[in-house]
Design a protein around this ligand. Structure first.
Ligand SMILES: [Cu+2]
Length: 644
């Protein structure tokens, strides 16, 4: 094993955290004490108040850039599990006091995210319910120890007597033996609707019966997978002089890049103050929302997960394993989140930092001067993996020698399954006998707080196209760019268009390159479909961000979450559509670029029983940011390529 882990020095040189550092265990405890002293956390046997979210309340950009804010703040979402009362609380650790405590109105605000403890509680509630037990018994399941219950966020579909409840909808799967894959055996047609506050099943929908598929999905069982192949020869990564990056606390530098790493229970990994050769590119980048809507319109029409806003993807970050998840010279950072009671929980090795060879950077064999030159590309990788129910998502940020930034999301894990009714069922693929994987989308929202050579930026939409033949274009071969400046928020809700090669150029309105043109970075989208749910559907109201590939808004420290601050059972309209409705000017301003991306997933038989990684993402490339290829100084690899 040549892979080695370098523990990042998390005891940064000064004891005072950088304003953008994630909250530490000691800070979570201190914040909890402040809330308790303010009477927000009743103690005692029942202690019904739980933390649905707890993390750093990041200071506004102006305060950070001015040398640091006056105080350090944490934000908590508190739910009283006896009364349902929910509050959004901000505490100052510096001043040791509660700054704000807003009580939510479920009618307008929806509900706070699902709690860790909801999973266990729901299992008990459902299995104690006579109507649900009867539905299972009718299907031949009397031993409830073999049933796995899967609580799913409810969305908001009416009727009002449902919506006022803090609720989940629960599907069932069979796990006959300890290592069986329960997702292989959905008990379809029956769902329990659970009120998490009353702690009862208030409705059982029992619409149809289909046979529970029988084929094993245990992909680690030799009877299923066959013997391991023996034909793979070792590939080992060696970096005899160690890694090429340095990590000081959360500050990372590599080649011409420097940035800070952040982590949050809700949105997971974030990157801050990304600069190249000392020139700012991005003030902050993260993936603050994703929605996974399923396309089966009948019994399970409500199935759509907002993994970030409803479940909190960061909380489910994996501890990564050297040699399995990351190869080479690795530096790990731990992530500190909290449990439902606000007690810190450290996820060891949650964030992986390493360097990769990435094939050819540039190459040319010249027909005139005989020069044959080749250079190798490298990238710095900052990544983490999270498991949200059946799916696993890896978020990989790449920084290249030539100034390119890329985000790649790796979706893997297990399909969410149902029973396959019959041929002609258009909403799903049969992936094993009698087993269906429904068509669905994975739509991510990237929040890119761009600072290309400073705060004053603007966005141009750039299409390419031919021109009709005419006096200036006699043979009709002309190709030009059509550039449209997006000047107001109302004009900046845009769709990608692969047929026009549409890109969006984020330009500095203050700095020019040697040609006198604005320095810029270009966002290259993948042009996959946006949200396919009907525009007037209940889901479209809640996932408004996913109606466009692009949004551009004026920076506002309170506008961070693409589907709104409170996503669970929210009536809709919050987040990006509401931000953009202000119609602020965005030309030459401090702007945020938001990008929706991700696949529409028509499951394949090959995605079962565990899915090979499916990739999606986007690229940001310097465009006139430099005056020429910035990698001419990259030397040929010394030991392999003799100079010509
Ligand atoms: Cu999928």
């Amino acid at each position: 094993m040549t892979d080695t882990a370098v523990r990042a020095d998390e005891t940064a040189s000064s004891s005072r955290p950088h304003p953008l550092d994630p909250a530490s265990a000691a800070e979570y405890l201190a914040g909890r004490d402040i809330m308790a002293a303010a009477g927000l956390l009743p103690e005692g046997d029942r202690a019904p108040v739980r933390f649905a979210y707890y993390g750093l309340a990041e200071p506004p950009k102006a305060e950070v850039l001015a040398g640091g804010p006056a105080d350090r703040r944490l934000r908590a979402f508190l739910v009283n599990t006896d009364t349902g009362e929910s509050a959004d609380v901000v505490v100052s650790l510096t001043d040791r006091k509660v700054i704000a405590a807003r009580t939510l109105d479920p009618e307008h605000d929806g509900h706070l995210p699902i709690l860790d403890s909801d999973f266990a509680r729901v299992d008990e509630i459902v299995k104690a319910d006579p109507a649900w037990r009867a539905a299972m018994a009718r299907r031949g399941y009397h031993d409830l120890g073999k049933i796995r219950t899967c609580p799913i966020t409810a969305g908001r579909f009416g009727p009002p007597e449902d919506d006022r409840r803090r609720m989940v909808r629960v599907l069932a799967f069979v796990q006959d033996r300890e290592h069986d894959l329960a997702w292989a055996r959905p008990v379809d047609g029956v769902a329990a609707y659970v009120d998490l506050i009353e702690k009862t099943v208030f409705k059982v929908t029992d619409e149809f019966e289909l046979p529970v598929p029988q084929e094993s999905g245990d992909y680690d069982d030799e009877a299923v997978r066959g013997p391991h192949r023996t034909t793979l020869k070792p590939i080992e990564i060696t970096q005899p002089e160690g890694p090429g990056f340095t990590l000081d606390g959360y500050a990372l530098s590599w080649q011409d890049w420097s940035l800070r790493i952040g982590f949050d229970a809700r949105e997971g990994l974030s990157l801050h103050q990304v600069s190249l050769q000392g020139r700012p590119v991005l003030y902050r980048a993260s993936i603050p929302e994703m929605v996974v809507p399923y396309g089966d319109p009948k019994f399970r029409y409500w199935q759509a997960y907002f993994d970030t806003g409803e479940y909190l993807v960061g909380k489910f970050a994996n501890s990564l394993e050297l040699g399995c998840d990351c190869l080479g010279e690795i530096a790990y950072l731990d992530a500190t989140v909290t449990d439902d009671t606000g007690q810190p929980r450290v996820i060891k090795n949650a964030i992986c930092v390493h360097e990769e060879d990435f094939g050819i950077l540039w190459k040319h064999t010249d027909i005139f001067n005989g020069s044959a030159q080749s250079r190798r590309q490298r990238r710095l990788v900052v990544s983490y993996f999270t498991t949200v129910g059946n799916y696993d998502y890896g978020f990989y940020w790449y920084f290249y020698l030539d100034g390119t930034i890329e985000l790649e999301v790796k979706a893997t894990g297990v399909l969410f399954t149902s029973a396959f009714p019959a041929d002609g069922h258009p909403y799903a693929t049969e992936v094993a006998p009698g087993l269906a994987g429904a068509v669905h989308q994975h739509l991510f929202s990237a929040r890119l707080d761009m600072t290309v050579d400073g705060l004053a930026n603007a966005v141009e939409e750039v299409d390419v196209g031919g021109l009709p033949a005419g006096p200036d274009n006699p043979y009709g071969n002309a190709i030009v760019q059509h550039v449209t400046r997006l000047t107001r928020e109302s004009q900046a809700g845009r769709r990608a268009d692969g047929s026009r090669g549409r890109t969006w150029r984020i330009i500095s309105t203050e700095r020019a390159n040697r040609f006198g043109r604005p320095t810029s970075y270009t966002l290259y989208p993948e042009s996959a479909p946006v949200l396919l749910a009907a525009p007037d559907s209940p889901l479209a109201a809640r996932a408004g961000f996913a109606a466009n590939h692009l949004w551009v808004t004026r920076y506002d420290p309170d506008q961070h979450w693409p589907a709104g601050d409170y996503v669970n059972q929210h009536p809709g309209g919050a987040g990006l559509p509401a931000f953009a409705a202000a119609d602020r000017a965005i030309d030459g301003e401090d702007i945020v670029v938001w990008h929706t991306f991700g696949p529409t997933h028509v499951p394949r038989p090959e995605d079962w029983p565990v899915m090979p990684v499916a990739r999606c993402g986007f690229t940001l490339k310097p465009t006139g940011f430099f005056d020429r290829n910035p990698t001419l100084d990259v030397p040929p690899p010394p030991s392999h390529c003799p100079p010509d």
